[in-house]
Write a protein that binds this ligand. Structure first.
Ligand SMILES: Cc1cc2nc3c(=O)[nH]c(=O)nc-3n(C[C@H](O)[C@H](O)[C@H](O)COP(=O)(O)OP(=O)(O)OC[C@H]3O[C@@H](n4cnc5c(N)ncnc54)[C@H](O)[C@@H]3O)c2cc1C
Length: 376
């Protein structure tokens, strides 16, 4: 595998597939509990997802427990990229430290096949150069966001309507003063510009109403046309059109592969709890696996493993219900924004309802500086 190549183990206690938020949390927790951990990530070491995320109190507490105290630096929100970077840094530090069982980490390597049996899971890894390696793991944590479905793992079922969101991150333009947006009275689309911490950039979102509406290609064109009119430059994160529809595993896993985070289920973007839920799942799955492996008898081991999978599915099912309520309230929520056909958006026409700042202060932390006089 690429980078300074650590020796590849052939036998581990737990293999974590995918080192996103949930996978990093699972790997760190399992390592702290004394398990021999291997972490495998299809992409490189550095994340680039500038999405603004709320870190729920439970997730904050779990992050503190692995050494990331105050990951949001006094606020309720940060970016997904920031949390992912901090978690990966902590994991790499643990891998470099001369501890008894440092985690074995492999970037640019992916799980391409897995075959669970009664005692373990045979996993095939492949690096970007096509080299393959076999590992036997007593447990696998599937933290790939659902990508192992293409290898025959149970597919998550759609539980809500199609719901497309287009997003990208840009450099902060000189005229930008804080959260602004508009809704299109004809299409029901909503467009928002949200600042990143320290005004290092802005994230643009185009949210279309759930249901059969315009295609991803049409929405992407609309999104790019708005960016052009607003003079948004210096793309920091590519334009992405995502169906953020809610999905859930129809039943928990029954074998030694425990799906967590988005692999267990996704909650709609509007609830903003995907990252926190993945972190909760990761910590819980790793603790359960450690308990299972110490149980001493195979039937208790499998019971504890299945219970961990069931808890992840239940956690997502609960949040999906909350997500449904929020999505159902979307038509009311977007009414709070100024109406403006989105093909007429200009930087002066985008607004934020003044009274909304109280709510924004509660949810997003400190309010951005007041608009300066005379926009350029
Ligand atoms: C547009 C958009 C906006 C969002 N906004 C928010 C928000 O505001 N708040 C919030 O909380 N959540 C938000 N989410 C959801 C959030 O991003 C996810 O819930 C969260 O990232 C799930 O974490 P995870 O660890 O399960 O998966 P991921 O973070 O997706 O990580 C999966 C990892 O697995 C790797 N991988 C994939 N296949 C393999 C393989 N075969 N082998 C090895 N590695 C593999 C991937 O490269 C990736 O790094 C948003 C999602 C989208 C799409």
């Amino acid at each position: 595998m690429t980078g300074p190549t650590p020796p590849l183990p052939t036998d581990v206690d737990v293999l974590v597939a995918g080192l996103g938020l949930g996978g990093c949390m699972a790997a760190l927790t399992a390592q702290r509990l004394g398990l021999r951990v291997m972490g495998v990530e299809a992409r490189g070491r550095h994340g680039n997802r500038g999405r603004l995320v709320v870190v729920r109190p439970k997730a904050q507490a779990l992050l503190s427990a692995v050494g990331l105290t105050d990951v949001t630096r006094g606020r309720r929100t940060t970016t997904l990229k920031h949390v992912e970077e901090r978690l990966r840094q902590t994991l790499c530090t643990a891998a470099d430290a001369a501890t008894v069982r440092p985690p074995s980490l492999h970037w640019h390597a992916r799980v391409v096949a897995l075959a669970p049996d009664a005692a373990s899971v045979a996993v095939t890894l492949q690096d970007d150069d096509g080299r393959q390696h076999q590992v036997r793991a007593r447990h696998v944590v599937d933290a790939t966001g659902g990508k192992l479905e293409s290898l025959g793992r149970t597919a998550r079922a759609r539980t809500g309507a199609r719901h497309i969101v287009v997003t990208a991150e840009y450099a902060t333009p000189p005229w930008y003063d804080g959260i602004v947006g508009a809704r299109d009275p004809h299409t029901g689309d909503a467009y928002f510009l949200i600042p990143m911490r320290g005004r290092t950039g802005i994230t643009a979102y185009l949210d279309s109403p759930p249901g059969e509406g315009d295609s991803e290609a049409v929405l992407t064109q609309r999104f790019e046309a708005i960016a052009e009119r607003l003079g948004l430059r210096d793309l920091r994160q590519e334009v992405q059109a995502v169906d953020v529809v809610q999905r859930l595993l129809p039943e928990p896993s029954h074998d030694r592969v425990v799906p967590i985070g988005d692999a267990a289920g996704t909650v709609d973007l509007w609830i903003g709890a995907g990252m926190s839920t993945a972190i909760e799942d990761g910590a819980d799955a790793a603790e359960a696996i450690a308990r299972a492996q110490r149980a001493g008898d195979p039937s208790t081991e499998m019971r504890l493993t299945r219970e961990a999978s069931a808890r992840a599915v239940t956690r997502h099912r609960r949040r999906i219900w909350l997500g449904r309520l929020v999505v159902a309230a979307r038509p009311l929520i977007i009414r709070l924004w100024p109406t403006l056909p989105l093909d007429q958006v200009t930087r002066d026409a985008l607004r934020s309802p003044r009274w909304l700042w109280q709510g924004i202060r509660v949810v997003f932390g400190r309010r951005p500086p007041a608009p300066a006089e005379g926009r350029d």
